[in-house]
Design a protein. Sequence first.
Length: 384
Amino acid sequence: MKTVVVLGGYGNFGKRIVENLAKTAGITILIAGRNNDKAIALAKHLQPKVAAILAPLVIDIFADDFKARLTSLAPFLVIHTSGPFQGQDYRVPNACIECGSHYIDLADDRRFVCDINQLDSKAKEKGVLIVSGASSVPGLSSAVVDHYQNQFSTIESINLAIAPGNKAERGVATVAAILSYTGHPLSVFKSGHWQDVYGWMDSRVNDFGSFVGKRCLANVDVPDLELFPNRYNVSQQVSFQAGLELGILHWTMVGMAYLSKIGIVKSWAPLAKAIVSTSNLFLPFGTQDGAMEVLISGQDHGNKTKQIKWTLYAPKGNGPYIPTLSSIVLAKKLLSSEAFIAKQGVGAIPCAGLFELDDFSHYFDTLGITYQQEMSLDNQVQYI
């Protein structure tokens, strides 16, 4: 029987991963973290209706005995959801390599994801797959661009955006990650060269269509900003922005970014819990509906100007499931077939090019998540 350890298994993303993987027979899932009561509660809640064996595990990734304890468990797979990843070192993936376990994380920190190949030779020696960034970005976002890439002879720009509903569940770790670079410079590929922009600034309004309408967006730092220019040979620009549904919260963040930019506040991240608590006062307002957009622009193979806009709609508060889907898809591939490793190979890599967009279809259907594809050729729009 294979053992899967989900670090942060009762957290905002971890519990969704546990819930989904628990439908798989023949595995044991250890719901891991520092809070035994939360792990026990989730196991008791899910166990009567799932096929996997669930058990709590008290473990601290920062403890001196973490590697030894993980080794004693002999896991087949470790899924690391315990963010924020900003400032974390590679102690968890290194421990997985040394104990011969495959590893997946939901990291959204650019350096953590983009530098994971530092561990590539060690992972290959041990015969394990180490994947970082199996989340909305770059996991799902790269699957979308991969799906449409062959329709372009040249890609000039890739613009990505995420707009969660105000009532969707938000985790402190996710907020802390964003706050860590709010008002700080981010290197982006813009106008054909690398330059700095500032986190949660350059605010604009984007129309996501009839489902969620117009939302404010601002700069967010993600691995895609570094990975995509080379991966897709982009000639002009790669951007990523996100926003808050309520204008009062969005523009407060813009103001906070300005205070950091001019040096009055070094970092807002230490205040993440207080900021989340304050934002929760606004939960009666807004909606549960979120959206994600991938806009690819360039030239088709007939040298015509082409643009493809892929827009994902997440209703009923299901938006927080989206960051978990790449990890779930990848975990199930690893658990169900040795052929996946034989085809993919081992090593340490960012989560890009590991699956098809169609791999997400079952989960989208189950959650009521839909997407729309819109193509513009020489400014003539059609839905595809």
